[in-house]
Design a protein around this ligand. Structure first.
Ligand code: UD1
Length: 429
């Protein structure tokens, strides 16, 4: 049975909410355990659908995984399967990251080619080019990427045409066990890259410059399992900050790292919010009505594309007109039509949106098309008058362990219920 989230708007959020480990860090850190046999432990793990799906993939490969609370224990044997199962990985783009670790450790890998998704085409050319430069032979056979490197991978200098987060991570994991030295030039600098680097260093990998545009890696065959705490989820923290902002409420977010949200918090301040920050916490007070503010998504430390829809939900009720530029995904604006059904006045052309703030939104049935679109529609529902029902909750579950519990803990009038609206989506819901 599908679920939907029912939101009654108009209640200013007040109180405190905690965030746990980041989806965009933990998936890579689960995959990097494949680099060496033994007992690996991750803590601060979010209990989200993507973590459960990925641990099923690892189980299929022969890894024992046990998630107890926020602790994930994984026992990786000496020999595992190198063939990822199509049914489990087709919906999870992060599965392309299996390629680097499997090729570098076992000299072979078979991964179903990830397709496009709700954010657009999302190619993987940078992952494949880098691995080919390191000596891998890669062939697409009936939709499956078949990789071979019988003599192992060879360290190389690889220059990325764009600082791709995933390609940087895949090549880092491949290079730590390659023969010789590697460099990744124009590497992504996201905090999640740094956190993966920290985990790999605990495993004995030799990397320097992680978090800068040039990462240098000295290959070693001697890695060991490690325990690692996943860094806090900056997207979840930003989502709660924006929910507080749109309702004119006051929200304290704990367990977070405010320095990872510099640009996003600066934009909230420009929109009229008061933001206080300390070590591991953040306090956001919204004004009676947000002000318009322009922003453009960019690789870190720019405004994160995964907080773009939530910020547009805030700006849809701002005083004035905002111009938003999306530089990462051609499909990111797909949620705009749903916001428009709630009364938002948003005009999009190519990668730009002109958001003319309206006095208020009105609640109605809407459908989430991806994780962050779902969070944005929930935020819009908090600002709307009347009731909003958000379908497509399975997308939200991929990235938020329990968004409804977190929001109701802040006083939101919100519940999750079973829905029979699934079929209506075929007709454009
Ligand atoms: C990761 C995050 C995702 C976030 C994104 C950008 C995870 C699991 N996902 O995705 O939530 O939105 O970073 O911060 O961590 N590209 C290519 N060729 C490639 C690789 C990427 O053209 O080989 C393009 C993509 O289509 C996109 C841009 O580069 O336009 C950035 O993608 P990338 O940084 O690789 O994002 P992901 O690692 O897929």
């Amino acid at each position: 049975m599908a679920s939907e989230i029912v939101v009654e708007g108009g209640v200013p959020l007040r109180g405190s909410v905690g965030v746990v480990g980041a989806k965009n860090a933990v998936l890579q850190q689960i995959i990097s355990t494949l680099l060496c046999a033994g007992w690996h432990r991750l803590s601060n793990v979010p209990d989200i659908a993507d973590v459960r799906a990925l641990t099923m993939v690892l189980e299929h490969l022969g890894v024992k995984c046990e998630l107890a609370g926020r602790e994930l224990a994984m026992v990786v044997p000496e020999q595992i399967s190198v063939e990822a199962p199509l049914e489990l990985v087709r919906t999870m783009r992060a599965s392309i990251l299996l390629l680097g670790p499997l090729l570098t450790r076992f000299g072979e890998a078979q991964i179903p080619m990830p397709g496009g998704d709700d954010l657009g085409a999302r190619p993987v050319d940078m992952h494949l080019n880098g691995l080919r430069q390191m000596g891998a032979e890669l062939e697409l056979v009936h939709g499956v990427l078949v990789g071979k490197a019988p003599k192992g991978l060879i360290g190389r200098e690889m220059e990325l045409p764009f600082p791709s987060v995933g390609a940087t991570q895949n090549l880092m994991m491949a290079a730590v066990m390659a023969r010789g030295d590697s460099a990744i030039v124009n590497a992504a600098r996201e905090p999640e890259i740094v956190d993966l680097g920290n985990q790999l260093k605990k495993m004995g990998a030799r990397l320097s410059g992680v978090g800068s545009p040039i990462i240098r890696i000295k290959g070693t065959r001697k890695l060991r399992p490690a325990a690692h705490r996943v860094l806090p989820d900056r997207i979840a923290a930003g989502t709660y900050a924006m929910a507080g902002a749109v309702t004119g409420g006051e929200v304290t977010i704990t367990g977070c790292e405010p320095s990872h949200l510099r640009m996003e918090l600066a934009k909230l301040e420009a929109a009229g919010c008061e933001v206080e920050r300390g070590e591991g916490w953040l306090h956001v007070s919204g004004s009676s009505r947000p002000r318009a503010v322009d922003f453009a998504t960019l690789p870190y430390p720019g405004f994160h594309t995964d907080l773009h829809p939530q910020m547009v939900a805030v700006l849809s009720v701002a005083e004035g007109t905002s111009v938003v530029t999306e530089n990462l995904y051609d499909g990111r604006f797909r949620y705009v039509g749903e916001l428009a059904r709630m009364g938002a006045d948003i005009y999009t052309e190519w990668q730009h949106a002109v958001v003319r703030g309206v006095d208020r939104l009105s609640g109605c049935p809407v459908v989430a098309t991806d994780i962050r679109a779902g969070a944005a529609l929930v935020i819009a529902g908090l600002a709307a008058y009347g009731v909003t029902t958000v379908a497509g909750v399975e997308h939200i579950d991929r990235g938020y362990a329990d968004l409804v519990a977190d929001m109701t803990g802040l006083g939101a009038s919100m519940e999750r219920r079973d829905s029979d609206r699934g079929g209506l989506r075929l007709f454009g819901w």
